[in-house]
Design a protein around this ligand. Structure first.
Ligand SMILES: CC(=O)N[C@H]1[C@@H](OP(=O)(O)OP(=O)(O)OC[C@H]2O[C@@H](n3ccc(=O)[nH]c3=O)[C@H](O)[C@@H]2O)O[C@H](CO)[C@@H](O)[C@@H]1O
Ligand SMILES: C=C(OP(=O)(O)O)C(=O)O
Length: 417
């Protein structure tokens, strides 16, 4: 079993380059199913989740190869409309192929993605949307089957601005007959990246990045070349790590606009943040102030940064209240942080964090991806050694986090025992 060992106390200094965004590249890869022509995707991050979605595409008949971070995908002939269950179980984002498969082949059969450590995560909004586009949906023995001769554009109102549902419906509508309007759509930068990708294939999507997205269906889409946007969550994680150690780090390859709520909170906590031509410089002077944080859909504070900011606030002066409004149960990291001496109580959807003088290293477990990142940050701040297990969660979404932190001066290693 591999583990990450962090010995706390080092101050992070230097520069770190952020990789392409996991949550942008996954839907973009799924959208390659929309065309018979070759698509090339630059700045593909080396992540377990990327390997999983590529495995899904290969199982459907696609040719997939990787050369110097450029992914080359060819979906000329599709031989299946059923992504393998072991992939869907491993990664919920496998469900993102439903919209493009339905659009391209008129048929998709996918096992229901279950709940996970951050909550039940239903897919009702995806399914209601597909039905509104004319798909016939049946669910048997936990397997969803969708069929449609030809999808037909419609007006769809999402009860919640779901990122995945917005993406799946954009892909389904891209080749539907007529116009689809998605209201109360998610506004995340990854939605904009997907719209840009589909438009570069010849799609006609407007309004991405606002809460009303209009998709005019086209007859066919062609191959394209696309560069994935930088990962705002990886960037935010390194910014928090810099502040947590009282260090100074230049985070390169970022779009600072995508990080506004994180920058605002870090400044409130006491970090100094400067935009520079090549990135964003974060300096911490070691003094951290308690703040309240509430997660919200974009442009609000991202739920994917909630665990990391909590780790930082465990050592702030005063009491912080962190409210999670996006997922029903995303506080699994609280018990692990408590093992390290953090003082946190959960009250409904809020975690009340009373800052302590010093965290202590301890054996802990990454319960999910961002929980794992939070434990690394806590380990950097703690006195002594922190041993983090279940690091396969971290590999899903952070490219070489150990190597990147080591270059910044962290005392961290990956061990296999
Ligand atoms: C691969 C990817 O991009 N993952 C991101 C995506 O996940 P994902 O696309 O799964 O997140 P959603 O935006 O869909 O989920 C937000 C909320 O809506 C609920 N919901 C969603 C769909 C649905 O049909 N019914 C329903 O009730 C969910 O349970 C959750 O409470 O956005 C989340 C919210 O920013 C991020 O945390 C994830 O990192
Ligand atoms: C929750 C996340 O990802 P996923 O939706 O793939 O589980 C995440 O990136 O923090």
């Amino acid at each position: 079993m591999e583990k990450i060992i962090v010995r706390g106390g080092a101050t992070l200094r230097g520069r770190v380059a952020i990789s392409g965004a996991k949550n942008a590249v996954l839907p973009v890869i799924a959208a390659c199913l929309l065309t018979e022509e070759e698509c090339r995707i630059a700045e593909t991050p080396n992540l377990a989740d990327v390997a999983t979605i590529c495995e899904v595409l290969k199982a459907l008949g696609a040719g997939v190869s990787l050369r110097d971070r450029e992914l080359i995908i060819n979906c000329r002939e599709l031989t299946s409309h059923e992504p393998p269950y072991h992939c869907v179980r491993r990664m919920r984002a496998s469900f993102l192929v439903m919209g493009s498969l339905l659009a391209r082949t008129g048929r998709a059969k996918i096992a229901m993605p279950g709940g996970c450590a951050i909550g039940s995560r239903p897919i009702d909004l995806h399914l209601k949307g597909f039905a509104a586009l004319g798909a016939d949906i049946t669910i048997n023995h936990g397997v969803i089957e969708a069929r449609a001769q030809k999808l037909k554009g419609n007006r769809i109102y999402l009860d919640f601005p779901s990122v995945g549902a917005t993406e799946n419906l954009m892909m389904a509508a891209a080749m539907a007959r007529g116009t689809t309007v998605i209201e109360n759509a998610a506004e995340e930068p990854e939605i904009v990246d997907l719209a840009n990708f589909i438009n570069s294939m010849g799609g006609r999507i407007t309004g991405a990045g606002t809460n009303i997205i209009k998709v005019e269906g086209v007859e066919r889409l062609r191959g394209t070349f696309h560069t994935v946007i930088p990962d705002r969550i990886e960037a935010g994680t390194f910014m928090v790590a810099a502040a947590a150690t009282g260090g100074e780090v230049l985070v390169e390859n970022v779009i600072v606009d995508h990080l506004k709520p994180v920058v605002a909170k870090l400044r409130e906590i006491g970090a100094e943040i400067k935009e520079e031509p090549s990135g964003v410089r974060v300096s911490g002077n070691g003094e951290l102030r308690a703040v309240d944080v509430k997660t919200l859909p974009y442009p609000g504070f991202p739920t994917d940064m909630q665990a990391q900011i909590m780790a930082l606030l465990t050592a702030a002066r005063g009491t912080s209240v962190i409210t999670e409004t996006v997922f029903e149960n995303r506080f699994m990291h609280v018990n692990e942080l408590k093992r390290m001496g953090a003082q946190i109580t959960i009250e409904g959807h809020a975690a009340v964090v009373k800052g302590v003088d010093q965290l202590m290293g301890a054996p802990v477990k990454a319960t999910d991806l961002r929980a794992g990142a939070a434990l690394i940050i806590a380990g950097l701040m703690a006195q002594g050694e922190t041993e983090i297990g279940c690091i396969h969660h971290i590999d899903r979404g952070y490219e070489d986090i150990v190597g990147k932190l080591r270059k910044l001066g962290a005392d961290i290693e990956r061990v296999d025992n």
